[in-house]
Design a protein around this ligand. Structure first.
Ligand SMILES: Cc1cc2nc3c(=O)[nH]c(=O)nc-3n(C[C@H](O)[C@H](O)[C@H](O)COP(=O)(O)OP(=O)(O)OC[C@H]3O[C@@H](n4cnc5c(N)ncnc54)[C@H](O)[C@@H]3O)c2cc1C
Length: 349
């Protein structure tokens, strides 16, 4: 909802009007921000949010735009998070690395590996910024951000004060956190502190990773070699957003009770699932693939030809087309398996 600019307050000079966001979302949808500004420091962020509030404008922040679906033009202010900088707070038996929310995630992973630090290797090549990583608790190949995160620093947009939240306070869960919930949506992450190990053992155990390392003849990989394997596997599986618009996995792997799993397994013996607590996590990609959606095209959008979990933008499409396809898939999955799929990317506005 656009609230309209209050006439008694001036719009800051560094805000741009009707700013094209095509290159600020990896799906590559064309949409404009009513107002747009980039912030390079906490002070600039504070000023931007305070001004938006004074002007009566809605606001949101964007990092790399790799986990959003732009439905239409964004009203109010869109803030691009570009707070950079890295600081080693402790270098001892563990490393405490603090970095600005605007740092590129993959570059930070490479930086930590170049120092010989272990902890981030399984999360190599995930697009986006450090500041957005806690929002969905990014995860891949058996590791989640929550495993290495110490604390985050945020601007509480309601009080306009900076606060710090420890790992436990972030309520991390599978692709979920406080920052996706009503109480945490007003927190804008400005810096993140990570705990890394100088002599840590990388976490292996994922079949695809092990196969890649075995193919290279590596039995006891270093963290950097694990990252190389992760990068190779990801490049072979996932479309590069620079070539084909996408937001990575579009749906979370759904959890079902043990009883539900048994029932499904009887009807679908090849069902791909793994134990999770008292129930099972189902492979969402398998469920969608079985319904024949792989390679399906609807106007300018579709389902990737090799990855049923990845929805793609072929060009000339828009967010509404993509959400219509996502709704169709969710409905089909529900009808066949009585399983509810939850979408990963955030819908804006
Ligand atoms: C090819 C591809 C592969 C991917 N693989 C994975 C994967 O393996 N695992 C995984 O978990 N994800 C994956 N993703 C999803 C995505 O990369 C991550 O969610 C990433 O953390 C998003 O970062 P971003 O900066 O692009 O966030 P954006 O898309 O810019 O923002 C995402 C959400 O976070 C909010 N946000 C952004 N910055 C901040 C901040 N500083 N403070 C508070 N809120 C903020 C935004 O308002 C928005 O709601 C993949 C995406 C792509 C395109």
């Amino acid at each position: 909802m656009t609230l309209g600019v209050s006439s008694s307050v001036a719009v800051p000079a560094n805000w741009q009007r009707h700013y094209d966001l095509t290159r600020f979302n990896t799906l590559g949808f064309q949409a404009t921000a009513e107002y747009f500004c980039q912030v390079d420091s906490e002070e600039q962020l504070h000023q931007a949010i305070a001004s938006a509030k004074q002007l009566g404008l809605s606001w949101r922040v964007l990092g790399g735009g790799s986990n959003v679906v732009l439905l239409e033009d964004l009203p109010g202010l869109t803030v691009h998070m570009h707070i950079l900088g890295k600081r080693v707070r402790q270098q001892d038996r563990t490393i405490l690395l603090e970095a600005g929310a605007g740092e590129n995630w993959h570059q930070l992973v490479l930086y930590s590996l170049a120092q010989g630090w272990q902890g981030l290797e399984n999360l190599a090549l995930i697009p986006g910024t450090l500041g957005a990583a806690p929002v969905q608790n990014i995860g891949a190949y058996g590791v989640e951000l929550a495993d290495v995160l110490v604390r985050v620093r945020c601007l509480d947009s309601q009080s306009l004060r900076f606060i710090e939240l420890e790992n436990q306070q972030c309520r991390f869960a599978y692709r979920d956190s406080l920052f996706k919930q009503a109480e945490g949506k007003g927190f804008i992450i400005t810096a993140v502190e990570l705990r890394l190990q100088p002599d840590g053992q990388p976490k292996l155990g994922y079949a695809a990773l092990n196969t890649q390392l075995a193919a290279w003849g590596i039995k006891h990989p270093t963290p950097a070699q694990v990252a190389e394997a992760v990068i190779a596997v990801r490049q072979s599986k996932l479309p590069d957003p620079a070539v084909l618009g996408n937001a990575g996995s579009f749906f979370k792997n759904p959890w079902v009770s043990a009883a539900h799993y048994q029932k499904l397994k009887e009807s679908f013996p090849a069902l791909v699932a793994y134990p999770d607590g008292e129930g099972y996590k189902l492979a969402a990609g398998w469920l969608i693939d079985q319904l024949g959606y792989k390679g399906m095209r609807r106007q300018g959008v579709g389902v990737h030809e090799q990855q049923a979990l990845v929805l793609v933008h072929y060009g000339q499409g828009d967010g509404r087309q993509l959400q219509a396809l996502a709704a169709e898939i969710r409905q089909a999955v529900w009808q066949r398996y009585q399983v509810e799929l939850e979408q990963e990317p955030q819908i804006l506005p």
